[in-house]
Design a protein around this ligand. Structure first.
Ligand SMILES: C[S@@+](CC[C@H](N)C(=O)[O-])C[C@H]1O[C@@H](n2cnc3c(N)ncnc32)[C@H](O)[C@@H]1O
Ligand SMILES: [Zn+2]
Length: 305
């Protein structure tokens, strides 16, 4: 499977250097050791194979597909071809989700018509046969393009889908936002604060600028010398661990199984590992499969031979 791809060499990007020299054998060994497998290939083919093998039992899918905005990992496509391309793959994803499972789709803007930024959530919210939209969460990303002719985009959308007619797993207690009752101005009943001492519901806007919830502010993973986030790895669309951890703790039971069909640098798999869940990823670009494997094995900027 890996013979045609080189998994050797250094990978240097945006001032960050990651040295990987992973032989195909060691790659497989690392994947097995982690029990968090990243498949190399087009997810259309890999998910088709998983379905053919009888796989159906993912508790949670979290994924951020390409947005067709000219990133290095994208094939240039017309807008119409792009929408069809992603929908074809998402319709395979839905078949792999268990009845109490959830799908979280992270969607930003695409340059659709006349180069204008177009919010992709409007294209994909009704993609599915067996799933329906449960909630839209706004992720305030803080960073993004500076625009002159319309408002600079500063949010991405997280669409949460459930199986039609089912109740998806949801553990609010696992994701309450810290709330200091000694300082808050919430109402009282019989002299006791009405708000929950265990913390607040994080709401459907992540984050707010409310000082009370600032512990949960989730910025994009910054790049660039001197200002790069400590979790930054060389992938142009890396998702923050904090955001993934919130989705995982809320929507996947402990020990459950997670899938990311556009795995990139493996952020979903790393968050799954840190939160005691199993995870499977699919990634089409061998250098990101390599990067993700190294991250999962806790290896950075060192050689693995
Ligand atoms: C938006 S990025 C995902 C980033 C990821 N969430 C992370 O935190 O690193 C999309 C990824 O999908 C990969 N990709 C594009 N087309 C694919 C396909 N057909 N099958 C699998 N992966 C694909 C790209 O190479 C890219 O790494
Ligand atoms: Zn309060």
């Amino acid at each position: 499977m890996f013979k045609s791809h080189s998994l050797y060499g250094h990978y240097v990007s945006r001032g960050l250097s990651v040295r990987f020299s992973i032989t195909a054998t060691n790659f497989l060994k690392l994947n097995r050791a982690n029990e968090r497998m990243i498949h190399l290939g087009d997810c259309k083919e890999v998910l088709g194979n998983l379905l053919a093998s009888g796989e159906r039992a993912f508790d949670l899918v979290i994924t951020s597909p390409p947005y067709n905005i000219g990133k290095s990992y994208e094939m240039p496509m017309s807008h119409a071809d792009y929408v069809k391309h992603i929908k074809d793959r998402l319709r395979l994803v839905e078949k792999l989700i268990s009845p109490s499972g959830s799908l979280w789709l992270n969607l930003g803007y695409s340059k659709a018509f006349n180069g204008q930024h177009f919010p992709l959530a409007y294209h994909f919210w009704d993609t599915f046969d067996t799933m329906e939209l449960r909630q839209e969460v706004i992720w305030y990303t803080r960073r993004g393009a500076a625009c002159r002719h319309y408002f600079s985009p500063r949010h991405e959308t997280l669409l949460w889908f459930q199986k039609k007619g089912q109740t998806p797993f949801f553990d609010l207690e696992a994701v309450r936002v810290p709330h200091d009752q000694s300082k808050c101005t919430c109402g009282t009943r019989n002299g006791v604060k009405r708000c929950n001492a265990q913390g607040k519901n994080p709401t459907d806007v992540w984050p707010t600028d409310d000082a009370m919830t600032s512990l949960w502010d989730i910025s994009t993973v910054a790049a660039g010398s001197g200002r790069a986030s400590s979790e930054r790895v060389p992938h142009p669309a890396q998702m923050p661990q904090e955001l993934l951890a919130r989705v995982i703790r809320a929507c996947c039971p402990p020990g459950g199984r997670i899938l990311d069909p556009f795995a990139g640098s493996g952020s979903t798999l790393v968050a799954a590992k840190e939160n005691g869940r199993e995870a499977v990823g699919v990634e089409i670009d061998p250098k990101y499969v390599c990067l993700a494997t190294g991250r999962l094995a806790g290896i950075s900027e060192e050689a693995v031979v």
